[in-house]
Design a protein around this ligand. Structure first.
Ligand code: ATP
Ligand code: MG
Length: 252
């Protein structure tokens, strides 16, 4: 790994890239995943690279949803695996979710690599690839009969829009993490967390550790009051505000 000095103003962002590059070398992350991350970074930049109020609201509703679910599943791809392996374990434990490997760029070897990568962090991983979600042509249709197939709530970080749509058609509540509030995924999901996955997981773990003590009534209230279109609109407005503020600073 390239040595990045801690004092570098873009330390976190550069370390994240290093992790993804390592992920590619290990055969865990797909090359295309690097490009997808770049799109995410661009949106993070124009959001000021911090967790905003609308993201916190979505993260809270997401945790409440997972705590209320009968069968919550965290779907993991190659980017998610290398960026937040420990956090996947902690969040799954805190909300009682299963973890399943599900990738767009599929090969049995890559699924196996992601699985064993996560197992090193103590995650119990489903990856049987023994069932199919009807209506989807990509490899993302291949799922585990003990996981996504029977899930009622699915957390899909860095998802593509098509899969999100199919999961919904199959009656599942979909929680997406996507820094792009304009994406099809973002518009399609029930709950969209417009935040960097690295920050979102940490926040959700913190919340889940507290909220697991809350009553179902309280959790239901949070989910009931949540309005995803308002959250997405707020994210777009925040980008606008942030850019306008920056334009003023530049011309001052
Ligand atoms: P659609 O519009 O159908 O949703 P897409 O082109 O956005 O499709 P992908 O290329 O799979 O689909 O998108 C990956 C998404 O993940 C991008 O929108 C990007 O903003 C987001 N993303 C990438 N890295 C991160 C990250 N670290 N944290 C949060 N979101 C990320
Ligand atoms: Mg997307």
């Amino acid at each position: 790994m390239t040595e990045i000095p801690k004092s570098h103003p873009r330390y976190v962002s550069l370390m994240t890239r290093e992790r993804l590059v390592e992920g590619v070398k290990l055969g865990v992350t797909a090359m295309q995943g690097l490009i997808a991350h770049g799109r995410g970074e661009a949106f993070d930049y124009i959001l000021g690279e911090k967790t905003r109020e609308f993201a916190l609201k979505a993260e809270k509703a997401a945790v409440a949803s997972m705590l209320l679910a009968k069968h919550p599943v965290i779907s993991v791809n190659g980017n998610t695996a290398v960026l937040v392996p420990e956090e996947i374990k902690r969040l799954a434990d805190a909300v009682g979710a299963k973890v399943e490997v599900n990738v767009f760029h599929y090969s049995p070897e890559r699924v196996e690599k992601i699985k064993s990568y996560l197992e090193r962090y103590g995650v119990e991983v489903l990856a049987a690839c023994d069932a199919v979600l009807d209506g989807l042509e990509s490899a993302r249709r291949i799922v585990d009969s003990r996981g996504i197939l029977i899930a009622d709530v699915v957390l899909v970080p860095l998802e593509d829009g098509d899969r999100c749509e199919i999961l919904k058609k199959h009656g599942k509540r979909v929680i997406a993490i996507d820094l792009n509030p304009l994406s099809r995924t973002a518009r399609m999901a029930d709950i969209t967390i417009v935040d960097n996955i690295v920050r979102a997981f940490s926040k959700m773990i913190e919340m889940a550790e507290k909220m697991r003590e809350w009553s179902r009534e309280e959790l239901n209230r949070i989910v009931g009051e949540y309005d995803n279109s308002e959250i997405l609109a707020e994210a777009v407005r925040e980008i606008k505000r942030y850019l306008e503020k920056t334009a003023e600073e530049i011309t001052r």
